[in-house]
Design a binder for this molecule. Structure first.
Ligand code: SAT
Ligand code: MN
Length: 609
């Protein structure tokens, strides 16, 4: 690449791209424009190589089916590293390696790793290009699948590069995150490619001080679309700590009451716990309206008015397919049915559509994500059809209930923060924190049964603080301190109120106590009425829980006993939680803010333990 053929005047980007090209030795380099023609060219070539199957135009226009290698289906948390200079800044919940050591290992892996492939350069911005301080990144990848997915998930292309150049030319020192990705499968001369190239050796690495990401060996979403978890959560959480804001694993929704009062809610749940469903919820109670702003990530900053303002840095939804249907998430169905989407590890039907467990109208036969012929009408066939972590990747702009505020670079002022997990027992439907510190305690002790979103056993209870366990880019003890400080440094009265919810509590027969989905609007209603000082609550050892009368269960057909069971705070069950919380807190040693021990002591005293 000579200076006159270089597609950018941005010297920093140019020299990084040249350095990486020299290391990885691709057959050619393509600077992504983000144009329509480029999308057509990319998706056509992916169809040609067998990575994509084009879906039927009348069913899912301009959309594609894709099956991964069976070993490359989820985030790999045991291969994910925070390579801070000092091990202490990584903390007990992340994997650490010395950055120099990690770079030496990875440089060897990257050496020649793009041979025979095209190296794509993707200029992108997380959040708005018009933001006060746009959050730029440049991803280099040798995967056309990643490019097409990034085009859906992030604002990317020439217009972003032009803005970076303009700012650089104006002498502004605008930061950008270099994000390097390779599937790790070089092609020898004449060697045929496979549909899903990847490598058994995988590394997903964040260098927090350098604000840099290196990823190797996986093509899967969270491991490869580096703007998402790697940048917008792991790297951004470090920036947020340094600059006094919050980068969180939260949906953002707008709720309007029958009286036309508008509130904004952010909510954190671990991956695959129904966050996307809540973000696009269709209220079952008359007169209430939900609009979406985001389904996965919220960046929240204190505004001039002292309130906490949130933006969604993403441009698409990367949602779990199984379980999504006209009942659980009609708005997600409307979004994906508009097309322009990529479906990974779902089943392919013979008439060119996609199918997954839980979707209506199972076809007589389908090709499973593993390429087997299955009968989705049988239980076994339905289970085998799609991988439990199969995904749809679809443009957010297609969401029929996207709030106008999505496009506002200032974001929205958050009224309530919800934490939630998947717990069969113990945790009531909804609990209000007494104050910010208590809410931070609730978030810090959040627990949930594991799901298929990460490789590993499903269904084990684990602590997942603020649903950020795999995404905190620094010491989790320091992260709790940062949360406490946000409360201390600002006017508590203007900060959002914090709540803890659990849609997943079961009765003694294993059935769900609460119907969930659209009915969760009843819980949102209670929360809003609480904020406005209207709804009643009982004070319990764990916080404020609705009185049965204050929760609107009109027309639900729940017995009073069932409502009581959903709201119950069982002192014995909570006493049994205490050793787990103590053990969890001990992990953090001196790094744990003392006020969280004080909160635990208070809880113990209230439980009489
Ligand atoms: O990390 S992904 O974006 O692939 C999905 C998730 O775990 O939330
Ligand atoms: Mn997520």
């Amino acid at each position: 690449m000579s200076a006159d053929t270089a597609p950018t005047t941005h010297q920093g980007i140019l020299s990084w791209v040249e350095e990486i090209a020299q290391l990885t030795k691709p057959a050619d380099v393509h600077w992504c424009t983000g144009s329509e023609e480029e999308w057509v060219q990319l998706t056509d070539s992916l169809v040609e190589t067998g990575t994509f199957v084009r879906l039927d135009e009348s069913k899912k226009p301009n959309s594609f089916y894709c099956a991964s290698d069976p070993t490359d289906v989820a985030r790999v948390e045991d291969r994910t590293y925070i390579c801070s200079v000092d091990e202490k800044d990584c903390g007990p919940t992340n994997n650490w390696m010395d950055p120099g050591e990690m770079k030496a290992i990875m440089r060897k892996l990257y050496d020649g790793c793009m041979a025979g492939r095209t190296m794509y350069v993707i200029p992108f911005v997380m959040g708005h290009l018009e933001a006060d301080k746009p959050m730029f990144g440049v991803e280099i990848t040798d995967s056309a699948y990643v490019v097409s997915s990034m085009r859906v998930m992030a604002r990317m292309g020439s217009h972003v590069l032009r803005r970076m150049e303009e700012l650089a030319e104006a002498g502004e020192d605008v930061a950008w995150v270099p994000a390097l990705h390779s599937v790790g499968m070089p092609l020898a001369d004449g060697q045929a490619d496979v549909a899903w190239p990847c490598n058994d050796t995988k590394y997903i690495v964040q260098f927090p001080e350098e604000r840099m990401i290196w990823s190797f060996g996986s093509g899967y979403g969270g491991n490869a679309l580096l703007g998402k978890k790697c940048y917008a959560l792991r790297i951004a959480s470090v920036m947020a700590r340094d600059e006094g804001w919050l980068a969180e694993h939260m949906l953002i929704l707008k709720l309007t009451s029958p009286e036309n009062v508008t509130k904004y809610v952010a909510a954190a749940f671990p991956s695959a716990c129904g966050k996307t469903n809540l973000a696009m919820l269709e209220p079952t109670i008359p007169g209430w309206k939900v609009e979406s702003i985001g389904d996965d990530i919220a960046w929240m900053k204190i505004g001039d008015d002292g309130r906490l303002w949130a933006v969604n840095p993403e441009y698409g939804f990367f949602g779990v397919a199984p379980g999504t249907n006209e009942h659980t998430n009609p708005n997600a169905m409307r979004t994906i049915n508009k097309g322009n989407s990529v479906f990974t590890n779902v089943a392919l039907t013979d008439d060119g559509d996609v199918w997954w467990e839980g979707l209506e109208n199972p076809p007589e036969v389908a090709t499973s994500w593993k390429g087997e012929r299955v009968d989705p009408r049988t239980e076994e066939g339905a289970k085998a059809a799609a991988h439990p972590n199969s995904r749809y990747c679809t443009p957010i702009k297609q969401c029929p209930i996207l709030a106008d505020e999505y496009d506002d670079p200032r974001g929205v002022p958050i009224d309530a923060i919800l934490f939630g997990g998947r717990r069969k027992t113990t945790v009531p439907l909804v609990t209000e924190a007494r104050d910010w510190v208590h809410g931070t305690f609730m978030g810090a002790t959040l627990s949930s049964e594991t799901t298929a979103a990460a490789v590993g056993q499903v269904g084990l209870v684990r602590r997942d603080p603020m649903a950020m366990l795999p995404f905190i880019g620094y010491n989790a003890g320091d992260y709790f301190t940062h949360w406490i400080n946000v409360g201390k440094d600002n006017d508590a009265a203007k900060l959002p109120k914090i709540f803890y919810v659990n849609w997943f509590r079961r009765d003694e027969n294993g059935g769900f106590l609460w119907p969930g989905f659209g009915e969760n609007s009843r819980v949102l209603k209670w929360i809003i009425e609480r904020i406005d000082g209207q709804a009643a609550a009982v004070e319990t050892p764990i916080g404020h829980v609705p009185t049965p009368e204050s929760l609107d269960v009109d027309g639900l057909g729940m017995t009073p006993e069932a409502v009581d069971a959903a709201l119950e705070v069982d002192v014995e069950e909570w006493k049994a939680e205490l050793p787990g919380i103590t053990e969890w807190f001990e992990k953090f040693g001196d790094q744990l803010p003392a006020v969280l021990w004080t909160e635990l002591d208070g809880l113990k005293a209230r439980l009489g333990a």
